[in-house]
Design a binder for this molecule. Structure first.
Ligand code: ATP
Ligand code: MG
Length: 654
């Protein structure tokens, strides 16, 4: 590769502000900001045009958008199939022989499994026939419990081809979590595998699956052979993937689906409470998946896109499956751990495959940072043209490290705000438009509108904190309901501001006209002596101290000031001391002012996280209030809760 292009330029006047370079503007799909105004003039017409241009429809819709509060529909009467849009239309072109998925295996000496669009097309067709042979029909739910191997996209797209909504369950979830989700979805079919590799060790997944299906509606279990390890077998119920596939017919005619037919059900991360079964339908979701992939990550045919999210989360659904495949992109899909065999595995993959756009989470970035710069420095990362993040607010330290150490100071960072509920990204900078500013996600995606409101529903002024909402017409990829729980749908999203606005549960402020800065979950906002404090901003300031790896701030009750911030801090190394606590407090005081200084600093070896890597502040909040810590089923590291209980002298029963 010749000298790496520079994709961004620094603002000449403003600290920490970057813009797309001439080269970026030239390569970007969107480099003229007039797109925002154009879309805002008639968002429904804008999305209808996108749906027409981006997707193949069997029949065009009769009406583009309908709002029957609190429900809305997109492309009513339109007919399409998601799998057709990800496969059939590409195999009719030169993309037939293009790599669709580069499945990188964890064992370093195992060849990647590369599937061209034609390979994927063939496997999906066959697997759709396999599902049919086991009695799966349009409308039946299929549970999928698979690790990060390309068979997961094969299974998902085969379901989409039949019109059977899938419910993918994260492979690191326990058998109990899988069981709950199977019961909720009432699936009769489960797709799983014998096992997979994690840090060099084979993990037996079939054991978990066996326990989970007992006493449920599951009649058939399809098992892909990945590790060849020993598994228990229930004759009649269990079937080997390869045996069923051997004679499966090569073509399955895609089911003609209504735009509003369910594509999948997916449960949220459970950061704030019990996971919700979010419903996504076909036409609107696919439209948003297609255009956000293309415009946010600026994906062209020659690009290699890598989204590191596990397919068990919405990011994996939209940006490891439906988005990149509908645009005809090449993507990396990595099975294993980021530090196996060494902490440079990610950077080695980027170098080996010439990855051009890389999408990961702040929690991963902080982990890479703590492993040290020597690991990325070993590799040539000059193929990258764009970096992106999702999942949590990204603190300035992590942003700068990502920007400089991974991006070589050449690449924009696209900080995408969105939710399982929104189906695709909604707030972020576009690579050819900018600006790129640490901690600022950016503007509403063209054709969507967000506002920040106060408790009474009035928009707040510039720089004032408030509640982030979405205004109609709602993004086409938004949820259409919560599975079997219309009440949850109404109370979670439509009770705060009635039908005037979709409530996101996130706090935000606008540092500049139209630009959104996310300030943390609404539940975590605290009032200290009458001042509203945002957790993300205090955490950002704490993260500026050189000894801190990451932190989580929560309110603790205080007789005089109402609430005071407590900070749980994980250090880069060492144990922490009173001296260091004092230093961190005064550092925060200097950056944000004395009211923001944490009252108490608790040094911890680990912070409680969901399995998607997000900090569970609700647990810390309960510790600070001396209340029971509540449901721990979605936690990754339960042992750390015990350590923290001891440190804060927590007495409440769990
Ligand atoms: P649950 O709703 O079950 O508590 P969850 O909200 O963590 O779980 P997701 O849908 O996976 O489930 O996460 C969406 C949330 O993640 C957003 O509402 C927001 O709080 C946070 N988030 C995602 N991306 C960003 C971002 N770029 N900046 C700030 N916060 C983000
Ligand atoms: Mg949520």
């Amino acid at each position: 590769m010749t000298e790496a292009a520079k994709w961004i330029v620094k603002d000449p006047a403003e600290e920490d502000v970057y813009w797309p370079s001439k080269e970026m503007k030239k390569r970007a799909w969107i480099s003229d900001e007039s797109i925002y105004e154009e879309a805002a003039r008639d968002p429904v017409a804008f999305w209808a045009e996108r749906a027409r241009e981006g997707l193949d429809w069997y029949k065009e819709w009769d009406e583009a958008y309908k709002w029957e509060p609190p429900y809305f529909k997109w492309f009513i009467g339109g007919k399409l199939n998601a799998s057709y849009n990800c496969l059939d239309r590409h195999v009719k072109t030169w993309r037939r022989n293009k790599a669709a998925i580069i499945g990188v295996r964890e064992p370093i000496d195992e060849e990647a499994k590369v599937l061209t669009y034609y390979d994927l097309y063939r496997e999906v067709n066959k697997f759709a026939n396999v599902l049919k042979s086991l009695g799966v029909k349009k409308g039946d739910r299929v549970s999928i419990y698979l690790p990060m191997i390309p068979e997961v996209q094969i299974a998902m797209l085969a379901c989409a081809r039949i019109g059977a909504p899938h419910s993918v369950v994260f492979s690191a979830f326990s058998s109990d979590s899988l069981k709950d989700r199977i019961i909720d979805a009432e699936s009769k079919t489960l797709v799983t595998c014998d096992g997979y590799y994690r840090r060099g060790r084979p993990v037996n997944l079939k054991d978990n699956a066996d326990k989970a299906v007992e006493g449920t509606t599951i009649e058939n279990v399809i098992v892909f052979k990945r590790t060849g390890g020993e598994v228990r077998w229930a004759e009649g119920r269990d079937h080997w993937w390869h045996e069923l596939m051997k004679d499966a017919p090569l073509y399955y005619k895609p089911e003609v689906m209504d735009s509003e037919d369910v594509l999948y059900i997916l449960y949220t991360s459970g950061t704030t409470g019990n996971p919700k079964g979010v419903i996504h339908t076909t036409g609107g979701y696919m439209t948003q998946a297609y255009w956000t992939t293309k415009w946010d990550f600026d994906i062209h045919d020659e690009d290699v896109f890598w989204c590191t999210a596990d397919v068990g989360w919405v990011t994996g659904h939209t940006y490891n499956c439906y988005g990149p495949l509908s645009v005809g992109a090449t993507q990396i899909f990595y099975e294993g751990a980021p530090n196996y065999p060494e902490p440079d595995r990610m950077w080695q993959i980027i170098e080996n495959y010439g990855v051009t756009a890389f999408y990961t989470a702040p929690t991963a970035i902080r982990m890479f940072m703590s492993w040290g710069d020597e690991w990325p420095k070993k590799h040539n990362l000059s193929s990258l043209h764009l970096l992106a993040t999702v999942g949590e607010p990204i603190n300035r330290e992590a942003w700068m490290w990502y920007f400089n150490t991974i991006g070589g100071g050449r690449c924009p960072i696209i900080d995408t705000w969105w939710q399982t509920e929104t189906g695709g990204t909604l707030i972020n900078a576009l690579p050819g438009v900018g600006p790129f500013i640490p901690c600022v996600a950016g503007r509403s995606f063209p054709g969507t509108r967000h506002e920040i409101l106060d408790e009474g529903g009035k928009p707040v002024g510039l720089n004032e904190g408030g509640y982030l909402v979405q205004r109609p017409s709602f993004g086409p990829g938004m949820l259409r309901g919560v599975y079997k729980s219309p009440e949850t749908y109404k109370t979670n999203y439509w009770s705060q501001y009635g039908n005037e606005a979709y409530y996101t549960s996130d706090g935000a402020r606008m540092p500049k006209e139209k630009l959104f800065r996310l300030t943390g979950r609404v539940d975590d906002v605290m009032k200290v002596a009458g001042h509203r404090l945002s957790t993300a901003e205090v955490e950002n300031a704490i993260g500026g101290h050189p000894s801190v790896a990451e932190s989580a701030v929560v309110p603790a009750p205080d007789e005089i000031r109402g609430q005071v911030p407590w900070a749980f801090v994980r250090l880069k190394e060492g144990e922490g001391s009173d001296e260091l606590a004092k230093e961190i407090r005064s550092h925060v005081g200097k950056v944000l002012g004395p009211t923001c200084r944490p009252d108490k600093i608790i040094f911890a070896t680990d912070l409680p996280k969901t399995r998607s890597g997000k900090i569970m502040r609700r647990i810390l909040r309960s510790l600070a209030k001396n209340e029971a810590v509540g449901d721990l089923t979605t936690i990754e590291n339960p042992a750390c809760v015990e350590e923290l209980k001891q440190k804060v002298g927590h007495k409440a029963a769990s």
